[in-house]
Ligand binder design. Structure first.
Ligand code: MF3
Ligand code: CO
Ligand code: CO
Length: 253
């Protein structure tokens, strides 16, 4: 299989993706009550790892390209790939993205959500709401015959109309037996450009939306991506399948 070839899944494979996606969504729901001031990101990580193992699944991020933990925890100015740490304690007014990817019977369910810790500023809440709406507008573009650029265009139009910016350095991705594969799903771009979508394609949409500049820096740990201006960033992610009827969100409970 060439690396730029987009696989079309079989019915049996799509069922496996539904199972993985459901477990991923349930894991986020399970972690949600822990998201309170005073908890460390390592405690959230360890509960995610325990819960995932107890269901016979694996945490795909653990050891992936050397990533040291089971989930990504990205607070405030962290755009993505934050590493859980015992010394990192959630505080009142933070926003935190939790990104989980259980590997279930060989298939990956990839989803993330930005949670509010207590009551963040109105600006932070607005960023989180706009980012969720960006994801849902991107998903609404998915149907057979649509172009992959339609997804990014819808996201960029809405984010920028609300005065926010779209991160360019990370993209959605094909996902199935392989964690990250073709197609690349940009969260910005032009309508009517790029590959045509076909039934049985499965990929993530995972816009990262910033309060200030879209530019990011990687910290010295080699993973943590932060906004260059250290202003806030939010993200939501679903794994979706293209169907004859349009789109199916796989990462739902
Ligand atoms: N789940 C992330 C994504 O949405 C990837 C995390 S890779 C890791 O693509 F190595 F940082 F865990
Ligand atoms: Co993810
Ligand atoms: Co992803």
């Amino acid at each position: 299989m060439k690396r730029d070839m987009v696989e079309l899944l079989s019915g049996r494979e799509l069922d496996k993706m539904r199972q993985a996606g459901r477990l991923a969504a349930e894991l986020l729901l399970h972690l949600e009550p822990m998201i309170e001031p005073g908890v460390s990101t390592l405690e959230i990580n360890d509960e995610a790892e325990r819960w995932t193992k107890a269901r016979g699944a694996k945490s795909a991020p653990l050891g992936y390209k050397g990533f040291p933990k089971s989930i990504c925890t990205s607070i405030n100015e962290v755009v993505c790939h934050g590493i859980p740490n015992a010394k990192q304690i959630l505080k009142e007014g933070d926003i935190i993205n939790i990104d989980v990817t259980p590997l279930v019977d060989g298939y990956h369910g990839d989803t993330s959500k930005t949670f509010l810790v207590g009551t963040p500023s109105p600006k932070a809440k607005k960023l989180v709401e706009v980012t969720l709406e960006c994801l849902m507008r991107g998903i609404a573009e998915v149907k057979p015959g649509a172009r992959i650029g339609d997804i990014g265009a819808a996201i960029q139009e809405y984010a920028e109309s609300e005065g926010f910016s779209v991160v360019r350095n990370f993209a959605g991705h094909g996902v199935h037996r392989v964690f990250h594969t073709a197609p690349e799903v940009l969260h910005y771009g032009k309508r009517g450009t790029g590959m045509r979508l076909k039934p049985w394609m499965v990929f993530t949409i995972e816009p990262m939306i910033n309060e200030g500049t879209w530019e990011v820096e990687i910290l010295k740990d080699g993973w943590t991506a932060v906004t260059k201006d250290r202003k806030l960033s939010a993200q939501f992610e679903h794994t979706v399948a293209v169907t004859e009827a349009g789109v199916e969100i796989l990462t739902q409970p």
